[in-house]
Design a protein around this ligand. Structure first.
Ligand SMILES: NC(=O)c1ccc[n+]([C@@H]2O[C@H](COP(=O)([O-])OP(=O)(O)OC[C@H]3O[C@@H](n4cnc5c(N)ncnc54)[C@H](OP(=O)(O)O)[C@@H]3O)[C@@H](O)[C@H]2O)c1
Length: 305
């Protein structure tokens, strides 16, 4: 089917376009006048140039499409500290809600985020002795980004339960893989720092998921009646920043001092059961991160031997 995809030029969007095209879909990609396109020319059937919050480009974007994947996010309003709330509400919040409304009755797939969670409530302990959190846990974000994602999710359920529309959302955690803007790839900073100083120190960690698994999950929702009214947490594994540094050091063949604070590991894990219904197992673990670091370091070495 024809799928309208916003943010087609970005990290996730370009992977979505590749996976959609490989699955036989025709992609209409929304890009900005300044967006890079060379990396997606082969997988985007038709480009529409415009802004995510400009309704005048939507008729062209939606023409012939049976499904909309809303993936773009205007980071420029979120990045200043404090964020430019007015600009963020206009482009991200209002833009998304109006696109949801104006694209009816098409299927609408929203790229949300695990940032909808921050405070985790007590939950039964699952395998590995960790409290197991699933999609039914309440959404308790800690910042405007997570609150924005949670707000759009609420409107998805209203469109689904109120109007019977096919809406759904995927919630990736921190996504790793080779970003078209290489320096934004997870692990880039770690490798640079290890090469520069031979040491690395950063407390804490994050949940991670591989870009290919996110793209597969996304494409599995397209035209899938079983995905209507569903949301999918996409978490493969937790890793400390120190774990990344230790794995990068292994690939680089160096032995820096890396402080690992086991207290930084979380007491909960996220259920993979919903994602499994999309055929995505999310079981790469730290081996997946190590394989990514090998690829990243090889790409970096080729770029500047
Ligand atoms: N990366 C992650 O770890 C992660 C995790 C969870 C969820 N997500 C979600 O995934 C989505 C994509 O994120 P990403 O990491 O792929 O970011 P990204 O690489 O920065 O991609 C953002 C995309 O949105 C486009 N865009 C930005 N502002 C726009 C506007 N005003 N009008 C039209 N297009 C606009 C960008 O176009 P240009 O190419 O012109 O900049 C780009 O194609 C976001 O919704 C994000 O919240 C990402």
């Amino acid at each position: 089917m024809r799928v309208a995809l916003t943010g087609a030029s970005g990290f996730l969007g370009s992977a979505f376009a590749r996976e959609l095209s490989a699955a036989g879909h025709l992609v209409t990609g929304l890009v900005r006048p300044s967006s890079r396109r060379d990396h997606i020319e082969a997988v985007v059937d038709r480009f529409v140039v415009g802004d995510q919050a400009d309704p005048t480009c939507w008729p062209d974007l939606l023409d012939g499409a049976e499904c909309v994947i809303h993936n773009s996010l205007d980071w420029s309003s979120m990045r200043p500290e404090p964020p430019d709330l007015g600009a963020h509400l206009a482009t991200n919040l209002a833009g998304s809600l109006l696109l949801l409304r104006d694209s009816a009755p098409r299927q609408f797939v929203f790229v949300s985020s695990m940032a909808v969670y921050h405070e985790i409530l007590p939950r039964p302990v699952g395998p590995h002795g960790l409290a197991l959190v699933d999609e039914d846990h309440p959404l308790r974000p800690r910042n405007e980004y997570g609150a924005y994602k949670a707000a759009i999710e609420s409107h998805l359920w209203a469109a689904h339960l109120g109007d019977g529309r096919h809406t759904c959302a995927i919630r990736p955690c921190a996504v790793y893989g080779i970003d078209p803007r290489l320096e934004r790839s997870h692990g880039f900073q770690v490798v640079q720092e290890l090469r520069r100083s031979g040491a690395y120190s950063k407390p804490g960690g994050l949940n991670f998921v591989h870009i290919d698994d996110v793209a597969r999950a996304l494409v599995a929702t397209v035209g899938n009646p079983a995905a209507a009214g569903r949301v999918y947490n996409l978490v493969d594994c937790h890793a400390l920043h120190a774990d990344w540094a230790a794995m990068a050091a292994e690939v680089l063949g160096i032995q820096p001092d890396i402080a690992v604070n086991e207290a930084d590991r979380p007491a909960h894990a996220f259920s993979k059961a919903a994602a499994a219904t999309l055929g995505v197992r999310l079981d790469r673990g730290h081996a997946g991160i190590l394989a990514h670091l090998r690829e990243l370091i090889s790409v970096l070495d080729q770029a500047s031997p």
